[in-house]
Write a protein that binds this ligand. Structure first.
Ligand code: GTP
Ligand code: MG
Length: 310
């Protein structure tokens, strides 16, 4: 029988721990779902596709079972080197996974991208389940035909199908319980109070990147990056955080900065508010906007925030 690190596992029961890889097309709500399952925001969310760039782990426990969710970039046809790195991150996550959770958008059903994804997952013959997300935006009368459609290839495709709304929380508890029950016996890999293993400086940079996407939408390319520069705890307990927002072209710099610096101030203000909630202290955030040419095809662009396995 496996032993848990001290504090892990409830009531002395045999502990379990495992990885669940979350895969799906861009924008189906994978990161929102991870946040809903964890109960905290660990992965950033935006209305535009390809928000998640690397694997992001979200951790939760039910009873004696710890579940490590691996949020991944949306699976798409690669066009640039950044895409290929993102794709490798998505598919690579399946190698370590005890279970795969495929996510599709209820409004789209099994469209072309979903179909291709499901075929690839099936070919791997790993235990997989399906979450049909965003059921809140679908007419209830369409749900039954939708289940029939998604399970059309026979019961062997997915062990279970869940209809969920990561936004409203509908169906999330069932999915949590199910994922926890399927974890293999073994010690917990992370401390009980840990909800992600992303280092704080990177989480902070992601919060700013989320604001860039939320406020500028398609005005800046999705390759726009935010990089941590400095991180300092001050004597009064406040955090002093410096970050650089990298855009691809000189012409995009004024878009991020805005007239009289208005846009950048807005981005900084909102990010700061979120960071203060996240870290529970006062935050002083300093943002610089810089241009990095050839970003999308330069390796440097994404290797800096690649997270190693624990
Ligand atoms: N109505 C509704 N919207 C949702 C739901 N889940 C996510 N969304 C929205 O869908 C959009 C994309 O959500 P994300 O969680 O960033 O999607 P993702 O699959 O992680 O996207 P990528 O990281 O780009 O692959 C955001 O605007 C979310 O607010 C849901 O259950 N219902
Ligand atoms: Mg995402």
């Amino acid at each position: 029988m496996a032993t848990a690190p001290s504090g892990a596992g409830a009531g002395g029961a045999e502990t379990a721990c495992g990885f669940v890889a979350i895969v799906g097309a861009p924008n189906v709500g994978k990161s929102t779902l991870v946040n809903a399952l964890v109960g905290r925001k660990v992965s950033i969310v935006s209305p535009r596709a390809q928000t998640t760039r690397t694997r992001v782990r979200g951790i939760f426990a039910v009873g004696a079972a710890q579940v490590v969710l691996v949020d991944t970039p949306g699976v798409m046809t690669p066009k640039r080197m950044l895409d290929r790195a993102m794709l490798a991150a998505a598919w690579g996550s399946l190698d370590d996974a005890d279970r795969v959770l495929v996510v599709i958008d209820a409004a789209k059903g099994r469209d072309g991208p979903a179909e291709r994804l499901i075929s690839r997952v099936m070919a791997r013959r790993q235990p997989a389940c399906l979450a049909v997300n965003k059921v809140d935006i679908v007419d209830k009368r369409r749900l039954l035909p939708l289940i029939a459609q998604v399970t059309a290839r026979g019961p062997a495709v997915f062990e279970r199908v869940f209809l969920v709304s990561a936004r409203t929380g509908d169906g999330i508890e069932d999915l949590r319980q199910y994922l926890a029950t399927g974890m293999p016996a073994g010690p917990w890999l992370f401390p009980e109070d840990m909800s992600t293993d992303t280092p704080e400086a990177l989480r902070a940079a992601e919060v700013t990147r989320e604001q860039v996407f939320l406020q500028l939408r398609d005005e800046v390319p999705r390759s726009t990056a935010v990089v941590p520069v400095a991180w300092q705890r001050q004597a009064d307990g406040a955090l002093r955080i410096e970050q650089t927002v990298y855009v691809e072209r000189m012409s995009q710099r004024p878009i991020v900065i805005g007239e009289d610096g208005q846009r950048l101030r807005q981005i900084g203000e909102r990010a700061r508010g979120e960071l203060e909630r996240l870290f529970g202290c006062r935050v002083h955030l300093f943002l610089t906007v810089a241009v990095r040419r050839q970003w999308p095809d330069g390796r440097e662009a994404y290797t800096w925030h690649h997270l190693d396995k624990p």
